[in-house]
Design a protein around this ligand. Structure first.
Ligand code: PEP
Length: 257
């Protein structure tokens, strides 16, 4: 059975307690759009306050450490996130790959740690503009995913429940430039084939593949109408309930049509 569209807001390093009113507004609106799973990944400091109040939305984190505990000043473990109320974690975002030098092997270790702590994982992948221009986008993304996704097996359990993939071309993040529907469909089709290869027919076909990269109210309907798009990872447009919930509504309407 197909899963509900998954609309995830990545607040990045935005938000103090003043943003709690926005989270409340998103939560209220999400209660009217039950056909869509709405989630927010706020900064760490807001995970617990949002979780405590939320009735409908799911709260997650934007990263975690790959070890359970230890002398890692400034880091946070998956178990700590779960304790604060997080239900998922975004891993391998291109901003972390670029600014923190995170490599695929580390991202896989973080995914294993997150799963062990009971979190679901949204694993990000995506090519640079240069890679796309030389025609290597598909090969790059497939290699990235093969090296960073957790292995199938008992520890993972049902991959379709525990994993989500987010395709986010780097050149589309925060730039206002979105990939075309044809490019998204082609890449998501390739990712789907890889997921089936890694996790088998049943689970591989059910894992949601989100698109991320300048999704906004104006282009959301087109993105959701694209084959193999199971939702969106939204940065800038998730910071206000008004724009974020227009995107969630577009996903709900696609379900209806
Ligand atoms: C993101 O950072 O995950 C993202 C998709 O950002 P934006 O929507 O602002 O492009």
């Amino acid at each position: 059975m197909a899963q509900r569209p998954y609309i995830v807001g990545n607040w990045k390093m935005h938000g103090t307690r003043a943003m709690l009113s926005e989270a409340r507004a998103i939560d209220r609106a999400a209660q009217r759009h039950m056909k869509v799973e709405v989630a927010i990944a706020p900064p760490y400091t807001l995970i617990h306050p949002i979780h405590r109040e939320a009735e409908q939305i799911v709260v997650g984190a934007q990263d975690c450490h790959h070890e359970a505990e230890g002398a890692h000043t400034g880091d946070i473990s998956a178990a700590m996130l779960a304790d604060a109320g997080a239900k998922f974690v975004i891993l391998g975002h291109s901003e972390r790959r670029q600014a923190h030098g995170e490599k695929d092997a580390l991202i896989r270790a973080k995914a294993d740690a997150a799963l062990a702590a009971g979190l679901r994982v949204i694993l990000c992948c995506g090519e640079s503009e240069e890679t796309r221009e030389v025609g290597k986008a598909v090969a790059f993304v497939k290699r990235q995913l093969k090296a960073s996704l957790p292995e199938a097996g008992e520890e993972l359990g049902d991959a379709s429940e525990r994993l989500t993939v987010a395709y986010e071309p780097i050149w589309a993040i925060g730039t206002g430039k979105s990939a075309t529907a044809a490019d998204i469909a082609a890449m998501h089709g390739e990712i789907r084939a890889l997921l089936v290869e890694l996790y088998g027919d049943v689970q591989g076909n059910e894992i949601r593949i989100l698109y991320g990269g300048s999704v906004k109210p104006e282009n959301a309907a087109e993105v959701f109408a694209t084959p193999e798009v199971g939702g969106a990872l939204v940065g800038g447009a998730s910071l206000t309930a008004d724009s974020f919930m227009v995107i969630a509504l577009a996903a709900a309407e696609t379900e209806d049509s």
